[in-house]
Design a protein around this ligand. Structure first.
Ligand code: DGL
Length: 269
């Protein structure tokens, strides 16, 4: 079973930010990645819809023989982690991105004021307030939805004047609220990290949950003896989109370079 791949999914290319962190931390692990490009964005959709999409993809990944699943999407973690855990065999650990992101934010904040930006669904769910509150009840959480960021990233506009204008519109108020740490609470947002850092300024530490999520995956694999032999030949990865594979490849390659050579298409009903 340790030779089996790790399944990772998101609504689109955003989860590749988590894939990159997994590749760095666990370079021997093969990955099967699904980006649900036919149905992106998930952020504005209701919890039931996101749960249905997430469970469908998790079922498919289990059918591909994965040994663990990483929900590389905050929106799906907020709405669907329990449903995904209930849907997959108990031997398959399911790791989300919110608890690792909350942990990193609590470790980073000095002034105990943390900003969280995410999709409308993630912010409305209150998942970060709960996760941060459970770790550090004294930390104040200032959350802000940034719904236009996901389409800008999917379009590849990671450094575009329009993106800078949108970022200023969303983030000026948050910066002025005195946060010293800002959680990129959507896996698409690390692709906008330079623009976001320019707007919020050098006093604010940006938290990307990718590295913490990869560490949580490593722990889950080790606990179950599922880690692949690090001296084994380099892993083969698979990347799957549910529509428009060319756009996925074009934008994804800018980010993952040679690790992303081709994209398969799978349709979910
Ligand atoms: N990247 C996802 C997240 O972390 C979803 C973005 C979307 O599809 O709206 O929330």
């Amino acid at each position: 079973m340790s030779e089996a791949p790790v399944g990772v999914f998101d609504s689109g290319i955003g989860g590749l930010t988590v894939v990159r962190a997994i590749m760095r931390a666990l370079p021997a692990e093969p990955i099967v990645y699904v980006g649900d490009t036919a149905r992106v964005p998930w952020g504005p959709k209701g919890p039931d819809t996101v749960r249905r999409y997430a469970v469908q993809i998790a079922d498919w990944l289990v059918g591909q023989g994965v040994k663990a699943i990483v929900i590389a999407c905050n929106t799906a973690t907020a709405h669907a982690i329990d449903a995904v855990r209930a849907a997959v065999p108990p031997t398959v650990p399911v790791i989300g991105v919110i608890e690792p992101g909350a942990r990193a934010a609590v470790a980073a904040t000095r002034d105990r004021h943390v900003g969280v930006i995410g999709t409308a669904g993630t912010v409305a769910s209150g998942a970060y307030e709960r996760a941060i509150g459970a770790l550090a009840p004294d930390v104040a959480v200032h959350a802000r939805a940034c719904p236009l960021f996901v389409p800008l990233v999917e379009e590849g506009w990671t450094d575009h004047p329009a993106t800078r204008l949108v970022a200023r519109t969303y983030l000026d108020g948050l910066r002025d609220s005195g946060v010293d740490t800002l959680v990129l609470g959507c896996t698409h947002y690390p692709l906008l990290a330079d623009v976001i850092a320019d707007v919020v300024g050098p006093r604010v530490t940006l938290v990307d949950s990718g590295a913490e999520t990869a560490a949580a995956l490593a722990r889950a694999l080790d606990e179950r003896g599922l880690r692949r032999d690090p001296s084994a030949p380099p892993p083969e990865h698979r990347f799957v989109a549910t529509d428009a594979p060319e756009a996925f490849l074009r934008v994804g390659q800018r980010f993952l370079a040679g690790a992303l050579r081709g994209v398969e298409v799978v349709h979910f009903a």
